[in-house]
Write a protein of this length. Structure first.
Length: 226
């Protein structure tokens, strides 16, 4: 009887421990399952966040490389169609200091339009004079008063005609664009365009008027008529 009672008491002590172990195992399984669900939900959140960001802003672009062959006959060349004579007179010939700043050397006598005057090579005024074939000695013949009306003097020179042949002219165009959804009723769109004329470089670069001799076709910029 005593032996049976002791065995029964031992079994009674073991049962709660086994039940507790089962409960802990079940709880661990539930925790592991919750972690799996959390990881899955986090992946979905990351995907939705990335999708939302790409919906709000997007980039695009294209590149075009083109080759043209150009041939002109009996062509005349006007180095500055949009010439602003008032700007020339107001900026360059306003004073001896202004003339020196733009590239007109008034010489040792410090008097404009005399025999020792010269255009500074490579200066805006020097490039302008080189394009039109003007020397300081020619300036008084255009006009005796300021500002200089250069048109009559230039129209007195018959334009030369020549043939222009360019067997191959390569141009490259790159366009980069961006679109963004800034707000519910606000959209933004912008595009950056760049051009490149390959091998188009000359001694005098005329882009717009007398003071725009810095446009070089070998640099990035807008293409010319060719």
């Amino acid at each position: 009887m005593k032996r049976f009672t002791a065995l029964f008491a031992a079994l009674a002590l073991l049962v709660p421990g086994a039940a507790l172990a089962d409960a802990v195992g079940d709880l661990q399984k539930k925790v592991d399952k919750l972690y799996e669900e959390i990881d899955y939900l986090q992946e979905q959140i990351d995907k939705n966040t990335l999708h939302s960001a790409t919906d709000r802003i997007s980039f695009y672009g294209d590149m075009r490389v083109k080759g043209d062959t150009l041939h002109y006959q009996n062509s005349t060349w006007n180095p500055a169609v949009n010439f602003n004579f008032d700007s020339l007179a107001a900026q360059v010939f306003a004073s001896p200091a202004a003339m020196a700043a733009w590239g007109y050397d008034i010489g040792a006598d410090l008097t404009p339009m005399t025999a020792d005057d010269a255009f500074v090579t490579g200066s805006p005024l020097g490039n302008f004079a080189g394009a039109y074939g003007i020397t300081p000695a020619m300036l008084p013949s255009f006009s005796g008063v300021m500002p200089f009306p250069l048109i009559p003097g230039m129209m007195g020179v018959k334009p030369a005609k020549s043939d222009i042949n360019n067997d191959i002219l390569y141009t490259t165009r790159l366009r980069l664009g961006m679109k963004a959804k800034v707000a519910k009723n606000v959209d933004f769109a912008g595009r950056l365009t760049m051009y490149k004329n390959w091998g188009d470089s000359t001694g005098v670069k005329v882009f717009d008027s007398w003071d725009s001799f810095t446009m070089d076709g070998t640099d990035g910029g807008n293409t010319t008529g060719d």
